[in-house]
Design a binder for this molecule. Structure first.
Ligand code: PLP
Length: 395
């Protein structure tokens, strides 16, 4: 028997990737499965971005780059922050990585010691607690349910802070709920954080452009610029430009912390893929209409999914302000099914009886819910929801 490290025994594989893989396997076996589990846009990477990658390859950009990213991509990132977020950074405050997932991993590895606490508002992206655990820290989740629109209050934040709190994670728009903090709500959270100078803030803005209706994106630093000395902003091209497979994300923040994160990356993965960096620079610098085209499609699907889910007895879904996820409360539906007692059983039931793959809410720290991704065609979505409604009706 091979004795594995405690570190790896503390964590679990990503449950969203697991459901996606299971759905793909069942499909390959010939089952009629509609997967609403994926955390990625269903669109192809826009042609001008693909073209930039081809050109980069032909121009010989096939070697190691600087660990923290090419000068061209860092310039594009700095320009993006200035253009979209009114935030000013210099090149030595930027670290480009293999996706925003690695940005968060680098941050945790660079910052956290055993026993340090990381405050993670729930429902949360599945990877935050596990990446904190990998860094020997203790995740502390603060739950915000439907009744508070999935947003934590300043009071909840204050109560969760202890002398051991080292990091607070903000993710708006949120995976899995789509909840998006208004500028005034961020200001109120920032007011609490101002009184705790030992705390670093991670602002994960990866869903920034996928936002609906009247909602406007805001970053904590827009309303609390004085927190810039201890805030790391993370973003990337995966969701905005349908570039999940290219693996490019980036972080910006105080130089000493970014230097430490760069050191971690230099001794683990080195630079992210050189060709993907050229593509990401083209994405950030180029025509942004592709972003708006995808955003509109997601909004249209959101409206249909939200309306149809709420028409099913036992399912309650808040309209979300962004992202491509719906996160309904399904406790009523669970109660209608014999032998099903929780969201994990419910997701299994939908897979077995309706051929619809969703992710159980427990994976996101919110039992009694499921996450449906609407990164698939309207026709697929309508068919999937019709099937769910049918199996519940006939149960
Ligand atoms: N942050 C959130 C909230 C996410 O949902 C994801 C992807 O699912 C990521 C970060 C990581 O994205 P990537 O590593 O592709 O940049």
């Amino acid at each position: 028997d091979i004795q594995l490290a405690q570190r790896v025994q503390r964590i679990k594989p990503s449950p969203t990737l697991a459901v996606t893989a299971l759905a793909a396997q069942l499909k390959a076996e010939g089952r009629d499965i509609i997967s609403l589990s994926a955390g990625e846009p269903d669109f192809d990477t826009p042609a001008h971005i693909q073209e930039a990658a081809v050109e980069a390859m032909h121009a010989g950009q096939t070697r190691y780059t600087a660990v923290d990213g090419t000068a061209a991509l860092k310039a594009a990132v700095i320009n993006k922050f200035r253009r979209d977020n009114s935030l000013a950074y210099t090149a030595d405050q930027i670290l480009v990585s293999n996706g925003a997932k690695q940005s968060f991993y680098n941050l945790c590895e660079a910052l956290l010691n055993t026993g340090d606490e990381v405050i993670i508002p729930a429902p949360y992206w599945v990877s935050y607690p596990d990446i904190a655990l990998l860094a020997d820290a203790t995740p502390v989740s603060v739950f915000a349910g439907q009744s508070q629109s999935f947003k934590i209050t300043p009071d909840q934040l204050e109560k969760a802070i202890t002398p051991r709190t080292r990091l607070v994670v903000l993710n708006s728009p949120s995976n899995p709920t789509g909840a998006t903090y208004e500028a005034s709500e961020l200001a109120a959270l920032g007011e609490v954080l101002k009184h705790h100078p030992q705390i670093i803030i991670a602002s994960d803005d990866i869903y920034e452009p996928i936002i609906f209706g009247e909602t406007r994106f805001a970053n904590l630093l827009n309303v609390c610029p004085e927190l810039a000395t201890r805030t790391v902003v993370m973003n990337g091209v995966s969701k905005a430009y349908a570039m999940t497979g290219w693996r490019i994300g980036y972080a910006a923040g105080p130089k000493p912390l970014l230097d430490a994160m760069k050191k971690i990356q230099s001794q683990s993965t080195s630079n992210p893929n050189s060709i993907a960096q050229a593509a990401a620079a083209a994405a950030l610098d180029g025509d942004q209409t592709c972003v708006e085209t995808m955003r509109k499609a997601f909004e249209e699907r959101h409206d249909v999914v939200n309306r149809k889910l709420n028409a099913i007895p036992g399912i309650q879904c808040l309209p979300s302000a962004g992202t491509f996820y719906a996160f309904p409360d399904v406790t009523g539906a669970i109660a209608q099914l014999d032998g099903v007692t929780d969201d994990i059983g419910f997701a299994q039931y939908l897979l077995d009886h309706a051929g619809v793959a969703v992710v159980p809410g427990s994976a996101f720290g919110a039992p009694g819910h499921i996450r449906l991704s609407f990164a698939t065609s309207l026709a697929n979505l309508e068919e999937a929801i019709r099937r769910v409604a049918d199996v519940l009706k006939s149960a």
